[in-house]
Design a protein around this ligand. Structure first.
Ligand SMILES: C[S@@+](CC[C@H](N)C(=O)[O-])C[C@H]1O[C@@H](n2cnc3c(N)ncnc32)[C@H](O)[C@@H]1O
Length: 204
């Protein structure tokens, strides 16, 4: 039973097949409160070009499409299942204000300085080379653009999930802030929730 559950939890890192689809449904509802808190700290300028990396079930793309009607909101995820699910959820704007593709954070299919905002909800834990990913995000951001990170977990000493999910790493907000400033982001605002959640807004 424990083995079966642990196998199912691997779908948080990369949703696959029917269990992956079930996980995406769970994540869209289970992450809703975290995302709503995160969005309360994020200012989205009108007419922006936004990319949500590790878009999972696509709920955050749907929220940004709704809240920012003049903006283009794209998504990328390396899981085929996540891409299909996100496309379905956002079918009403697909090919108009929204483009959702399969791809990896290490190689974003966007030209230099082309995006205003990049978001990453509950996904940086699974990026194998965090600094390289941050540099790639910096490459695609326009000067003055924002990289927004939102995580439910920011205490590496709590191994409840890292013991169960292969290749998962939890980062402290302060560590992320230091890395982003070293890479060349101009300012980083870090916010914490009493439940241990954290989000940060890094301006390039
Ligand atoms: C825990 S889910 C979070 C999904 C969604 N952002 C949310 O908040 O509900 C993590 C997602 O990140 C994706 N992901 C993990 N590593 C990735 C990478 N290197 N490049 C692109 N997507 C990645 C996974 O496939 C998965 O859909």
């Amino acid at each position: 039973m424990v083995d079966m559950l642990n196998k199912f939890f691997q779908n948080t890192r990369k949703p696959r097949g029917r269990p992956g689809k079930l996980m995406l449904i769970c994540m869209n509802s289970g992450h809703a409160k975290l995302a709503s808190w995160g969005f309360s700290h994020l200012h989205v300028n009108a007419n922006s070009h936004i990319l949500d990396i590790g878009c999972g079930g696509g709920a955050n793309i749907a929220k940004m499409l709704k809240d920012s009607p003049g903006s283009i909101v794209d998504g990328i995820d390396y899981s085929e299942e996540s891409v299909a699910f996100s496309q379905k959820i956002n079918a009403f704007e697909l090919g108009k204000r929204c483009n959702i593709r399969q791809g990896d954070v290490s190689c974003l299919p966007y030209p230099d300085r082309s995006l205003n905002l990049v978001t990453a909800f509950e996904t940086i834990y699974f990026w194998p080379d965090l600094d390289a990913a941050f540099k790639e995000i910096k490459r695609v951001l326009q000067p003055g653009g924002t990289f927004f990170v939102c995580c439910e977990l920011d205490n590496p000493d709590n191994t409840t999930w890292t013991d169960r999910i292969d290749g998962m790493t939890i980062y402290r907000g302060e560590d992320l802030k230091k890395r982003l400033l070293q890479i060349g982001f101009q300012s980083v605002d870090l916010h914490r929730h009493e439940k241990g959640w954290m989000c940060l807004e890094a301006v390039y």
